[in-house]
Design a protein. Structure first.
Length: 247
């Protein structure tokens, strides 16, 4: 749609293809990391620390498929092996995950890696505890966040590994993070910012900066493009920049 209508779009989801040559809109930018980046972080560490045979599970849609392909490539490069994958429907119930347990055991993996989010992941965590999967296998939640822990309770997460793409604790060593976390706490005193709070905050600031820099209304999108391409910025974790080749 953004390609068809030629409007600015800063994506805050994980996607390998959204800024690829075939898919990228002229004004499309991508703030968050990609499934391939995530797979490198989790896979490189996990193969050496936890085991070489990995089984993958997650809902049946684009993000999860891109992530599984990424794990296959990364594991092969670091001496690991992807031994299979199970897919559940979007908005998966506990029963959907329970039907996958036998397939997971039959594959005899060293590691069960999970690609899901929100209530999908909460239900997987409940099933892993209820069925004993958590005791029998090493489980990595390839991406997780505070909202999910708040939903199911920290106790059910104990004994699993989980990857978060932003940790508010870096406020102790990073000035950008300190300002971001402090301003977040002013608005939401009982909460801490997640990765997706950080991504969205940063993306909105960049859209606003590009809009204001043009000093014209209606906004000139070509001027926004010229302003953003190659631009360095630092809103919440340190220096970043918009890579001109793929945004």
């Amino acid at each position: 749609l953004t390609k068809e209508w030629d409007i600015p779009f800063i994506s805050c989801c994980q996607s390998n293809i959204i800024t690829s040559a075939a898919e990228r809109g002229h004004y499309t930018f991508h703030e968050s990391i990609t499934p391939y980046m995530n797979a490198q972080l989790v896979g490189k560490w996990g193969v050496h620390a936890l085991g070489k045979r990995w089984y993958h599970i997650g809902p049946d849609y684009q993000w999860v498929h891109e992530t599984y392909v990424s794990y296959q490539e990364v594991l092969a490069r670091f001496g690991g092996e992807a031994v299979g994958s199970s897919y559940v429907p979007l908005k998966a119930k506990e029963a959907d995950y329970e039907r996958c347990v036998e397939d997971v055991y039959n594959a005899k993996p060293d590691v069960l890696v999970v690609t899901s989010f929100g209530t999908d992941q909460a239900n997987l965590v409940r099933v892993a505890n209820k069925t004993g999967l958590k005791k029998e296998l090493t489980i990595i939640l390839g991406i997780s966040d505070l909202s999910i822990i708040n939903e199911v309770g920290l106790d059910l997460f104990v004994g699993m590994y989980w990857c978060s793409n932003f940790y508010w604790g870096i406020e102790a060593i990073n000035e950008n993070a300190r300002r971001f976390v402090a301003s977040f706490r002013e608005l939401f005193p009982e909460d801490r910012p997640s990765a997706y709070a950080a991504y969205t905050y940063s993306a909105i600031l960049e859209l606003l900066a590009a809009t204001v820099a043009g000093k014209v209304y209606p906004v000139n999108y070509d001027n926004m493009l010229k302003f953003l391409e190659g631009r360095p910025y630092a809103h919440y974790k340190g220096k970043q920049w918009w890579r001109p080749c793929d945004h």
